[in-house]
Design a protein around this ligand. Structure first.
Ligand code: HEC
Length: 160
């Protein structure tokens, strides 16, 4: 093989390697136990281009269906699971979930989390629920404080 054809072959191999890397699918996110929970509602944050589903564990769903959410009973867990929005590749008017953006949790335990309205704040790292320390929980709680009359919860359950 002469020098030129070797160079062409090398370039072609490099181009192929780059192309295969670019086409490799993003790593599949690992989800927590919330993936088996039922839907309370959905939300869409315009300024962050995020779409979310708000899910409840069994205690939370039972409470929502019974209208027993002021306050939510101890043992309730609400998950907010987010994705970056993207347009559907075959239908540009449709906005659908793109890249997974993370999952946050609020856990009701009126004794343990008395300082933050009875709610513990956390997030899932993969399938592991990690509770935030007091300092970080205080920032979550501060932004949920305007919803005091609704037991600090923004979401109104829509599937009952
Ligand atoms: C800047 C204000 C703000 C901060 C800070 C904030 N939240 Fe929220 N949170 C909201 C709003 C607004 C909603 C409802 C709309 C939505 O779904 O985003 C919400 C909804 C939620 C929900 C669904 C239940 C509900 O109240 O509707 C969970 C769970 C949640 N947040 C967890 C957290 C956690 C954990 C933190 C801290 C790491 C946090 N939030 C910090 C504003 C905030």
């Amino acid at each position: 093989m002469n020098k030129i054809s070797t160079a062409v072959l090398l370039l072609a191999t490099a181009a192929f390697a780059t192309a295969s890397r670019a086409e490799a699918p993003a790593a599949k996110p690992v989800h927590g136990e919330y993936k088996d929970w039922l839907t309370l509602s959905i939300s869409h944050r315009l300024e962050k281009q995020l779409m979310r589903t708000i899910l409840g564990n069994e205690v939370a769903i039972k409470a929502a269906r019974a209208g027993n959410t002021k306050p939510w009973p101890d043992g309730s867990i609400i998950a907010k699971v987010g994705w970056k929005e993207k347009t559907h590749p075959n239908w540009p008017q449709a906005v659908v979930p793109g890249e997974f953006a993370g999952a946050e949790a609020m856990i009701k335990d009126s004794k343990k989390y008395a300082e933050t309205g009875g709610w513990g704040f956390g997030h899932w790292e993969g399938n592991k629920l990690v509770m935030n320390d007091k300092e970080k929980s205080a920032t979550c709680f501060a932004c949920h404080a305007p919803m005091k009359d609704n037991d600090y919860v923004y979401t109104a359950p829509v599937l009952q």
